[in-house]
Design a protein. Structure first.
Length: 330
């Protein structure tokens, strides 16, 4: 259980491998008692508060090939250690602009100059009960304190013992864009469809992602397709700095005036990036006129279940879906 009063990390040994093989060997040696360091925005805070007490920190920043945005005629590859500010300033194709937009909405310029793509995708729950002095399910307890406590920021979809939400702005975008996650582990290199990277509480109450211990997310790959458009918007308490109260990422291909391969993915309303399949079915094959948009808006919150204080997220989700669909077709 975290101690919120502590502001000093436990002693740890620092390692700076120069290649992936060295990093994986260190991870194998120290097993459960290490942490990978990328940008450090989340990890260093957790270590100072002794929410993470790893005895070994393996810094990945000296490893070549994990940083940068590479574009060719039919794909874009983004290294996991690429700074969010680099993504914001990159010149990816218009079809992938949602990824650039999402990076530009993360926190402050200072954070975007430290935070990385991989770190943003893999960051842990920001639930105040998880990060406070409470023995919730994610800390091995037998209760979700948010279920009967203050739950304005919690899930309206997929609540299963735990009602945390994904804190990542990039996560709904990589799912909407059908991103491919490249991972190295002790068994070699493999790829994961983006939607399989994220785990619901029903799949794993202790982790928000599917990577095995010691695995390294190396880069994310996106296909570039003819007629592709994408868009991302989010709503926060203030205009900047904050984590989303809700967000929407949309990707579609426009052919002869009709939308195809539609992906509508909601952020900050579930523990995982939430595929809004009812809304997708409305838009698929349509001309996305005003009537279609309103039908999609009505369908977008099908199955939503509010807790005591987060019912506003249902109306907010409708608003964002309407805005995103309208703007992507503008």
């Amino acid at each position: 259980m975290p101690n919120i009063a502590i502001n000093e990390p436990v002693p740890f040994e620092y390692h700076a491998p120069t290649n992936i093989k060295e990093a994986l060997a260190l991870a194998s040696q120290y097993k459960e008692n290490f942490a990978y360091l990328a940008g450090g925005c989340d990890l260093l805070d957790m270590m100072k508060r002794q929410w993470n007490t790893s005895a070994h920190v393996i810094d990945l920043k000296s490893i070549d090939g994990l940083r940068g945005v590479t574009t060719n005629s039919n794909s874009v590859t983004v290294g996991a250690l690429t700074k969010l500010m680099e993504v914001q300033q990159s010149k990816v194709s218009d079809g992938l602009r949602a990824f650039r937009n999402a990076a530009s909405r993360v926190a402050s310029p200072q954070i975007r100059n430290m935070g990385t793509v991989g770190g943003n995708l893999l960051q842990d729950s920001r639930c105040p009960y998880f990060r406070g002095p409470f023995l919730c399910y994610r800390h091995g307890g037998i209760v979700c304190d948010a279920h009967h406590g203050i739950n304005r920021e919690h899930a309206i979809f997929g609540g299963d013992r735990c009602f945390t939400v994904t804190p990542s702005d990039l996560a709904p975008v990589v799912v909407a864009l059908d991103g491919i996650i490249h991972v190295h582990d002790i068994d070699g290199e493999r790829t994961i469809p983006a939607h399989q990277l994220f785990l619901s509480p029903g799949q794993n109450i202790m982790s928000m992602h599917s990577l095995k211990n010691g695995s390294i997310l190396t880069h994310v790959e996106f296909s570039v397709r003819p007629g592709q458009r994408s868009h991302f918007i989010k709503e926060t308490v203030r205009n900047a700095w904050d984590f989303a109260r809700a967000s929407v990422a949309i990707s579609l291909e426009l052919r002869e005036g009709r939308a195809h391969n539609v992906r509508i993915v909601l952020g900050a309303v579930a523990a995982i990036p939430w595929r809004d399949e009812p809304a997708e079915r409305v838009v698929e094959g349509s001309k996305v006129d005003a009537a279609t948009v309103e039908k999609a808006v009505s369908a977008s919150v099908k199955g939503a279940e509010a807790l005591q204080y987060n019912g506003y997220k249902i109306g907010l989700t409708r608003k964002l879906v309407r805005q995103a669909l309208t703007e992507i077709m503008a």
